[in-house]
Ligand binder design. Structure first.
Ligand code: 5AD
Ligand code: SF4
Length: 463
């Protein structure tokens, strides 16, 4: 490696916030080896694709992106330059050897459990470059190691701007043991692992010291968190929230994504007791039909989900709900789908994400009979989304006339405007000077526009 010349790193991130977090950590791990981030793919010495497997046709999309990268790599080589290529994330985990075989210009393929070994892999891949092209093979690392990847990954650095600098993600848990029958996560991210409490608190303190006001705890099944404390005791997400509430400067806490079965009493109590725990909960139910919930291996009924929401709203009456839905799971009848619409009406969502079922090779759902026709899925998805859109619009409208604390994060779209987020994760725009950025201000909500709220500054409540 040439120490004198910094090398340029371009990371393209697909999918969830866990991947955004992982991409930042990969950039941090490569910084001591002379790599600085660039937004210009053309000038990159190393391109990393941090892939996501949860959406349909994920691997085909990666292969077509690799096709484009190959052209860029060839162009650069023709002019005396070069570009190394790495594929990371869940597609890499699922298709490691296949990628190495089908895309020989790729230098490294590695799964989410191997990020702390990235500098080593890079050294091996750099050595491989001098091999004859016929012999060259990507360095593949898709092991699930026993060791703790977080213990080896550099924590978010104090002087690094994470996100916009006021809000940050913090991964506390990875993997999932739930095995919903449609989902690849237990196979690509592996078994549930929680970071120890001290590690999480250290990272949160570092972020707060760097000016972060709002942290979102991340995990594929975040409310299954069970980190060890110094005495070896297991601490759940609820208890962790109380500990995080003590950190000076940290004003807001969120977490995502949760499973209904893991919303325990301690976490619900934390919502009752801790105003800094934001009243917006992403709690996917996927379907409203007990038959389909069973086939999905969700381990709860529709009635249990509704009872749970009642308990959560008793603890925190202004809780806004968000969810995920799958339409057209194998065997889903019109009546099953009507049950899904029913649970949406009964819950009332502030927002929701919805998907047509599509098979993931290797999951139990892939082998089920009675696949639903594409046209039926399309029609059901449109009806479901129309209902959710009505609810989202109604929720925004219900905020007009209220005064909400808004964390002002940035300049707005229009000159003279600033923008931020309400406790319910709604975007809020208001007239105001850039001096407002960086603090929570009381804002009168005076109207709505597409997908956001319009506000007017009331008075500052935090410096
Ligand atoms: N088909 C459709 N949607 C899926 N999801 C996960 N796997 C599939 C699949 N095979 C959706 C679920 C999950 C969200 C992240 O993606 O709704 O909650
Ligand atoms: Fe996948 Fe979430 Fe089910 Fe885990 S709980 S298997 S991540 S859908």
């Amino acid at each position: 490696m040439n120490e004198a010349l910094p090398k340029k790193l371009f990371i393209k991130t697909y999918g969830c916030q866990m991947n955004v977090y992982d991409s930042d950590r990969m950039a941090d791990a490569l910084a001591p080896h002379g790599y600085i981030p660039t937004q210009e793919i053309g000038e990159a010495d190393l391109v990393l694709l941090n892939t996501c497997h949860i959406r349909e046709k994920a691997s085909e999309k990666v292969f077509s992106e690799l096709g484009r990268l190959k052209e860029l790599q060839t162009e650069k080589r023709a002019t005396g330059g070069d570009m190394m290529i790495g594929v990371a994330g869940c597609v890499a985990q699922a298709e490691g050897e296949e990628i190495a075989r089908r895309a020989p210009m790729v230098d490294m393929v590695f799964g989410p459990q191997a990020y702390h070994r990235l500098p080593d892999m890079l050294a091996k891949a750099e050595a491989n470059r001098h091999m004859h092209p016929a012999l060259k093979r990507a360095v593949v690392d898709t092991d699930f190691p026993e060791e703790d990847k977080f213990a080896h990954l550099p924590a978010a650095k104090k002087d690094v701007t994470i996100g916009r600098g006021l809000t940050a993600f913090l991964t506390v848990q990875e993997g999932c043991d739930k095995f919903c029958s449609f989902c690849v996560v237990p196979y690509t991210r592996g078994a549930e692992v929680s970071r120890p409490v001290a590690q999480v608190l250290d990272e949160a303190r570092r972020l707060a010291d760097a000016g972060v006001k709002e942290i979102t705890l991340l995990g594929q099944n975040v409310n299954a968190y069970h980190g060890e404390d110094a005495s070896g005791r297991s601490v759940g997400l609820g208890e962790l929230a109380y500990l995080l509430a003590e950190i000076p400067g940290l004003e807001r806490l969120r977490y995502t994504t949760s499973h209904p079965r893991d919303m325990d009493d301690a976490l619900i109590a934390a919502h009752r007791d801790l105003p800094f725990l934001m009243p917006y909960l992403h709690l996917p139910v996927q379907s409203g039909s007990d038959r389909i919930l069973k086939a999905m291996n969700r381990k709860h009924t529709a009635a249990e989900y509704l009872t749970l929401i009642e308990r959560i709203k008793t603890a925190r009456p202004d809780m806004a709900m968000s969810g995920d839905f799958i339409v057209g799971f194998p065997g889903e009848t019109d009546a099953d789908f009507e049950d899904t619409l029913k649970i949406i009406r009964e819950t009332g969502y502030a927002s929701a994400y919805s998907f047509k079922y599509s098979t993931r090779p290797g999951t139990p759902g892939a082998n089920l009979p009675d696949q639903v026709e594409e046209a039926v899925k399309t029609e059901r998805l449109a009806r479901l989304q129309a209902l959710v859109n009505q609810q989202t619009t109604a929720f925004h409208a219900s905020c007009v006339g209220r005064t909400l604390p808004v964390l002002i994060e940035r300049v707005g779209r229009m000159p003279g405007q600033v923008g931020g987020r309400s406790p319910y994760l709604q975007a809020v725009h208001l007239e105001g000077s850039t001096d407002l950025i960086g603090a929570i201000h009381e804002v009168d909500i005076i109207g709505t526009s597409t997908n956001s709220l319009v506000g007017r500054l009331k008075r500052a409540i935090a410096a």
